[in-house]
Structure formats: C-alpha cells, structure tokens
Design a protein. Structure first.
Length: 464
C-alpha cells in the first residue's frame, strides 16, 4: 500500500478551527508531537487516525487523503525547468519542505507561473494573428485530469457494477451493449451507410431514441461508442457531479470534460481495472496483445494504461501523447512527472514524430529532459476511420512513456540496456528549451537575448 501524507490538509483543518496541535491531539487520542510529525509530512497517516478525524470533525477522509501534494510537486518541478529560472534551482528536498510548510505559497507560485506562461502564449498568438491558446477547453480538461492523477474512483466503481456480475464474452460485447440500450433504456442502434452520415461517426437522435453508427467504424470502435453512450445517457448524474467538482463552468469546457469522462467510463467498462492490470503485468505492457485480448484498439489500450493509479493496485505510471502529421498534440494524459507541452509544439527529437515513417511498428526510445530526468518512450502510428478514397491516409501517432526506472517492467525495453543505450536529449518545446546547439531548434528561446554571432553559422540560424 502506498503511504498517505496529509500534512498541509491537516494543518489547514486545524487552523480553520482555531485549534492548537495539543487540542487536535487530544481530540484524536494521539500525542501533540505526533500531530507535529503528521503536519510536517514526517509520518504517514494511519487508517485509525483518518477514521478519528472523520468522527471528530465530520470531514471526508478521502478529501484529507487526496494526494494533491504529489501532483503539485510534479507541477513545481516542471515549472522550475523554465529557462527563466536558469541558475540555482531548489532541490527536491526544498520543494517537499515548501509543500509541507507553505502549501498555499507553493500554490500561489504555480498560479503565477501559469499566468506568466499564458501571457507569453497570448503574446505569441497575437504575433501570429491566431486564437488565444490559453482559452482552449482542452487545456482545462487536461489540468483537471492531471489534478486527479488521471484516475477517477467513482467512475471505476460504477463501471465495475455495469454488467451486474455477468460480463459477456469478448465476442458478445457489441450485442450485449445493443441489448442493454434497447431493453433498459429503450434506445435502438442502427448501422448507417457512410454517404447517409457524411463527416460523422456517431449521432444520437433523442426524439427517435436512436443511436446511429457509421459503417466507417470498425468493430472495436463500435463497441467503444456504444459504451460511451451508455455512460453519457445512463450515468449523466455521475458525470455532471464530476464536472461540477472540476470548477470548469464555461459551457465549451464543461461539455468537453463530460465527453472525456464518458470516454474514461467506456474504457473502464470494456477493460475492467483488475483484469486489465493483471494482463498488463503478465504481458509486460504489450499493448497490441492487451488490445486483442480485450477487444479494443491499440490507442484505447494505451489510454487505459494511464489510468491504473488505484491505491493498492498501481500500474506503471505512464504519460500518453497523440499527435497528427503536422506535429499538433491532439490528446494527452499524464500520470507521471513528464512536463507535456500544454499547447502543442512537442520536441521534434521525440521519435513519435518520426514514427510516421514506419507505420504500425513500435519505436522505442530513451530520452532525457533538460533537468536530467529520463524516460522510456514507445511510439507507434494508429489508423483513423476513413470515409472516402481521398481520405485514406488518416494516421495519427501515439507515444507512451514512463520514468526510466520502470523500463524493466516494459516488454518493449527488453534487449535494450539503460546504461549503454543512446539517450536522446529533448525539451518541452523550442520556445522554452534551454538547450544550445540543438540542430532541431525551430525558435529562439524566449529568454535567450544574446545576439547571433554574425561571423559564425551554427547548427541552426539561432545558434551563431
């Protein structure tokens, strides 16, 4: 079991009630010195103390045990890689101390740095006469998923009871989903010719209570779309409660979040947590084989692997990145400390960009960020549904990565030595990457104000 630290939450609870450590200790039946250790994250909290807190103060233990500290630590480390902090950076011990003793100050620092980044992006957008990327609904959705470590306990529990203990065989999933929609919700499912539904893969006619699926969808995606609709229609209240909890109130962002939560629920229905985790460990995260055994797509299996963050049943923490042929980041999820590019422009040295040259083949790679953190990444193209002859090359590419210490648990790393393999230096994007002499640099770093040496031509025009 993972240890649970509640220092900042416990201190805030005590201060809100105007209590001393001694009075809190008396209420919980523990010593004041132990309360001090808990508040400074020098001791993990026991189940017994959590239950006493719930009984004495009427707080939900899940709110206290919510590990926002871990995600804040990741965000702090990522923020401090910004070139603006070149020079002495706080080490990990100092960052942990800041979160333990001044969590509100750390949160304020993160808000300030995000505002700084958003201002730079706005200036960049204005200079290019393009829309403001900081207003993107996807950015808000990504932030909410990140705060929850890409795992939603409520959705997992609901998905576990979806089949009422009678999960159908893999070959029968599609028929079972159609039957459930018909018998329990009075909704029919109809497969529709491409020309009758141009440009759409799925529609729902609420008046006729009919779901129409395009014949352009393959079997795995037909199953996923029906599971998605079950979540969206039958568990609307649960999805709405999570949207409300997110604080994302503007309609475009709330709608986008509801869709992503329904996608999460659909994945949990088709790939039950315990069974999927067991298969992941047994196959050493062979995503092709896992996709085959659960009747899903490669991309769906990869996405599901990023959600295996349940206490007591943790999978390898992955990040997921999907790009198009233009290099735009079209989807991202993160259960690691890997600082994904928030608004696209991922580093061209990441082999996810070159995987288009070898369609359908796994491309493994060891990479290193400017802060020295290292990751193992596998990339592969995935096909998208095609409607017409002229739109057949509809490929995207996905990358799955984990911290390098998890590489021995990944089958794709077999035969590769962490000590002798080539490590590719990468950055978040050229705008903030501090690396000099990079032959892939597309933009000068925003804080690099040095004039170009007119008498020297470096690897790029930005490196004089």
């Amino acid at each position: 079991m993972q240890k649970t630290f509640i220092g900042p939450q416990l201190r805030r609870l005590r201060q809100e009630r105007g209590e001393t450590q001694a009075s809190l200790a008396k209420a919980l039946g523990i010593s004041a010195s132990y309360v001090n250790l808990l508040e400074n994250n020098e001791r993990s909290v026991s189940v017994q103390v959590l239950l006493k807190l719930m009984e004495a103060y009427g707080v939900d233990w899940r709110d206290l045990a919510d590990d926002t500290v871990g995600s804040m630590l990741s965000d702090l480390r990522a923020s401090l890689q910004d070139p603006i902090f070149t020079g002495h950076r706080p080490d990990l011990t100092q960052l942990r101390g800041a979160l333990a003793h001044a969590p509100d100050l750390a949160a304020a620092f993160l808000r300030l740095h995000r505002a700084y980044g958003a201002a730079l992006d706005r200036l960049s957008a204005l200079s290019q006469d393009s829309p403001d990327p900081a207003a993107s609904p996807e950015a808000g959705v990504h932030s909410f998923f990140r705060r929850n470590r890409n795992h939603f306990r409520e959705l997992e529990l609901a998905a576990e009871g979806f089949w009422d203990g009678l999960r159908p065989e893999r070959d029968d999933i599609y028929a079972a989903l159609k039957a459930r929609l018909r018998d329990r919700m009075g909704i029919a499912v109809r497969l529709t010719r491409v020309e009758d539904m141009p440009g759409a893969l799925r529609t729902y006619d609420e008046h006729r209570r009919e779901i129409r699926l395009s014949e352009a969808l393959d079997h795995t995606n037909r199953c996923f779309q029906l599971a998605h609709m079950c979540a969206l229609l039958a568990w609307r209240g649960l999805l709405d409660s999570l949207v409300q909890r997110s604080g994302l109130e503007d309609p475009p962002t709330a709608s986008r979040l509801r869709v992503e939560l329904a996608n999460y629920f659909a994945a949990a229905i088709l790939m039950p947590y315990d069974a999927f985790l067991a298969e992941a460990r047994a196959t050493k995260y062979d995503f092709d084989l896992m996709a085959t055994r659960f009747g899903v797509s490669f991309e769906q299996a990869c996405h599901r692997a990023t959600t295996l963050q349940r206490e007591g049943g943790l999978g390898v923490p992955f990040f997921f990145l999907r790009i198009d042929k233009g290099g735009n980041v079209t989807k991202r999820f993160n259960a690691t400390e890997f600082p994904l590019a928030e608004f696209g422009g991922a580093c061209p040295r990441l082999d996810v960009h070159t995987s288009f040259r070898t369609p359908g083949r796994i491309v493994p790679q060891f990479v290193e960020m400017p802060d020295g953190s290292r990751y193992f990444v596998v990339s592969r193209t995935v096909d998208r549904p095609s409607w017409f002859r002229h739109a057949q090359d509809n490929r995207l590419a996905v990358a799955m990565g984990c911290a390098i210490e998890f590489a021995p648990q990944i089958g794709y790393a077999e035969g590769l030595s962490v000590t002798t393999a080539q490590i590719t230096p990468i950055g978040i994007n050229c705008r903030i990457c501090p690396r000099s002499g990079c032959d892939q640099r597309a933009h000068q770093a925003v804080i690099d104000t040095r004039p170009v040496d007119e008498l020297r031509r470096g690897a790029t025009r930005f490196d004089g």
